[in-house]
Design a protein around this ligand. Sequence first.
Ligand SMILES: *[C@@H]1O[C@H](CO)[C@@H](O)[C@H](O)[C@H]1NC(C)=O
Ligand SMILES: *[C@@H]1O[C@H](CO)[C@@H](O)[C@H](O)[C@H]1NC(C)=O
Ligand SMILES: *[C@@H]1O[C@H](CO)[C@@H](O)[C@H](O)[C@H]1NC(C)=O
Ligand SMILES: *[C@@H]1O[C@H](CO)[C@@H](O)[C@H](O)[C@H]1NC(C)=O
Ligand SMILES: [Zn+2]
Length: 499
Amino acid sequence: MELTRVAISALFLLLAFGSSSAKVEEENPEFWRSQAKQTLQSVLDRELNTNVAKNILFFLGDGMGITTYTAARILKGQLQNQTGEETVMTMDTFPSVGLAKTYSVDFQIADSAATATAYLCGVKTNLNTIGVSAATRNGVCKSQKGNEVTSILKWAKDAGKSVGIVTTTRVQHATPAATYAHTASRKWYSDADMPAGAKKDGCTDISSQLLSNTDIDVIIGGGRKYMTPRGTKDPEYPRDYSSWGKRKDGRDLIKEWQSMKFGKVAHYVWNKTDFDAVDPETTDYLMALFEPGDLRFEADRDPNMDPSIVETTEKAIRILQKNPKGFFLLVEGGRIDQAHHAGRAYMALHEAVALDYAIAKGLELTKENETLTIVMADHSHPMTFNGYPFRGQSILGKSPLWAMDVLPYTTLMYGNGPGHKVANGTRPDIRNVNTNYVQLAAVPTESATHSGEDVAVLARGPMAHLFQGVQEQNYIAHAMAYAACVGADQRHSNLNGSL
Ligand SMILES: *[C@@H]1O[C@H](CO)[C@@H](O)[C@H](O)[C@H]1NC(C)=O
Ligand SMILES: *[C@@H]1O[C@H](CO)[C@@H](O)[C@H](O)[C@H]1NC(C)=O
Ligand SMILES: *[C@@H]1O[C@H](CO)[C@@H](O)[C@H](O)[C@H]1NC(C)=O
Ligand SMILES: *[C@@H]1O[C@H](CO)[C@@H](O)[C@H](O)[C@H]1NC(C)=O
Ligand SMILES: [Zn+2]
């Protein structure tokens, strides 16, 4: 009781103090009225864009749930010395917004493999499986046969467009893999990761499918070690055994890729110097693998060795947009998810901010009247945004009000994850701890799980209005395909016969 009374009086103190930190112009009602009037006018002035989408620019924030989205907005503003809550991210400017339901056929809360199969291939499936229907059993090669489903990247390529994948993870990771691979297990990165039975039954690893399935013009991310024979030293980390080649079949897929592209201008690069030297005007194919596995977190990136997601997005678009028939590009901010698994909101939010800068670059390089740009997440994470922090308080900070145990807590917390710590029956005292790194969690798990609430889908450009309402996640692939007239449903091109 006493504690509650203390907390309530503290709240009044906070409110009194908080109001003095508000911005003066915001105390004037006209500030809010005129801002709303401007917004209203821009919404009234919007015209439906019913063009056929020449290009599809698809940004996927892996694990970028709505809480992450809001918190990243605040961080982006705070990094520019704004209070942050009022900051407008590039993705905030998209006119159409909907929600996608992310459950998989077998689980209430999905993973990136099942969700990517839904939004890229248009079919919901089981956890851990990629580019196959739910008739496939997780990890069972035999059940994969005949149940393959293809992706919008393939439909776009078949329609004569150029296609690409850009990610901050290994290019064999679940999200990019769903554009080109069919596999009963997302973990079959190289043949060394496959059980003998699966190989005997004729299944192939994801890396080899990167070469043998759809002909992809631009491939940018990490994942060198799955491409080269076992024991091949990594060019960047020759002394680190764990980064050496993994393949047991002796194939060097990087060399094979280069010889497959003989007669074309095809570049393989593994560092920023060579990447910067790639001239998009003269390049037909680019494969860039900057790390043995996933790329580094943006906050840890060595800018002399690895380009940012803004730079990789720009290079990809410049190469792909030479095709007069247009392009499909997947850009994945893939490590928002991985940072959340580690309970590291600081890293996750910096990844999401970097993705927003890549989106801005994408809009700068394309025209709204011919490019359908989508931003969405595959699934969310159990991160919550709680307490009563002051306006403009660091999004990575602590609650000004303490809890019933008379200890503060972080504004961002996790339902589960490695941030759970109880010693001698009490929570850790974080009064003097920098909370930038691991946020508190209610329940101890080695890795935070995913969460199951809907994710936002943002759209801009031709047929953006198709991306509204509360939809099943697999609808997204069908709506993108309709907008661009790729795949089976060609009705939109008949309606726009002259195009
Ligand atoms: C924000 O403020 C700090 C400290 O005053 C300054 O060093 C930094 O350059 C500022 N950043 C921006 C983006 O204005
Ligand atoms: C980048 O890669 C090229 C090709 O392997 C190599 O010659 C060059 O030394 C590398 N640059 C750096 C800075 O490692
Ligand atoms: C898009 O707008 C540009 C001018 O910015 C124009 O040249 C082009 O024809 C337009 N494309 C379509 C499909 O309307
Ligand atoms: C727990 O309590 C014991 C005994 O009071 C003390 O020695 C120990 O340091 C405490 N552990 C932590 C993590 O506070
Ligand atoms: Zn995950």
